[in-house]
Design a protein around this ligand. Structure first.
Ligand code: ADE
Length: 233
């Protein structure tokens, strides 16, 4: 998987994703991360890429041409036309199901906006998907892109070293994960559930399935109402 992030803050994206599991996957060449500074494609010497909105109003708008040129710099080097994901609170809300689907792509371009947004014409020309990470407004698209890259990368084969961990984590099967415990057996007067110490594998599995269900019912009852919880959220 090759990620290309069109952004005004490439250092932020690179710093945020070169640690932990995603950083390790990048070091091993399973994923690659290319952060493209839109400012490098300004049509002036001082890197200005925004201007006042036609019709008036607050804030500045990112201009079409620098965004388009940054896109072309990436897309022209690829064999196939890639999906271009525009990070915006006006998009379809990102989900585990979308992460799984996007993990099948070879290249993904993330377009991160700032200020009051991006000139609509370049969005019409290059964007294939408008995506939001939730119903709240952030100051820019970088954090959403990083969130999505993290979630998508977990679904790329080889990124997680234990294949099962992806399969059984929260949201797979549409249920939340059961509670986990480690040593010591007693901590602050709280004991690990006896059944987990029993060594009886079938009973442990049954208990975990029940806990998954109860936890989902308590914390995310909305997930139980969706009829796709046999599969993924
Ligand atoms: N940009 C600003 N807020 C956002 C959100 N919630 N999701 C995606 N992109 C955004």
């Amino acid at each position: 998987m090759r990620y290309h992030v069109l952004t005004l803050f490439p250092e932020m994206v690179l710093a945020g994703l070169h640690t932990s599991i995603i950083g390790r996957a990048a070091d091993r060449g399973i994923i690659s991360l290319n952060a493209v500074n839109i400012r490098d494609y300004a049509d002036n010497d001082y890197g200005k890429i925004d201007d006042y909105p036609y019709g008036g109003g607050a804030g500045m708008v990112m201009q079409a041409e620098p965004v388009y040129r940054a896109y072309e710099a990436v897309a022209d080097s690829l064999e196939k036309k890639p999906r271009v994901l525009h990070m915006t609170p006006q998009g379809r809300v990102f989900s585990q199901e979308m992460a799984q689907e996007l993990a099948l792509e070879e290249d993904l371009i993330f377009l991160c906006g700032h200020y009051e947004g991006i000139d609509e014409r370049v969005l019409e020309e290059i964007v294939t998907d408008h995506v939001s990470i939730g119903d709240y407004v952030l100051t820019g698209g970088e954090l959403p892109a990083m969130v999505m890259i993290d979630a998508i990368s977990r679904m790329v084969p080889g990124v997680l070293n234990n294949k099962e961990s992806a399969q059984f984590d929260s949201f797979q099967n549409g249920l939340l994960e059961y509670p986990q415990y480690s040593r010591p057996q007693e901590w602050h007067g709280r004991r690990v559930p006896e059944i987990l110490l029993s060594g009886h594998h079938a009973n442990v599995e049954a208990w975990r399935a029940q806990q998954s269900y109860l936890r989902t019912k308590e914390r995310r009852p909305d997930l139980l109402k969706q009829d796709n919880h046999k599969n993924i959220m």
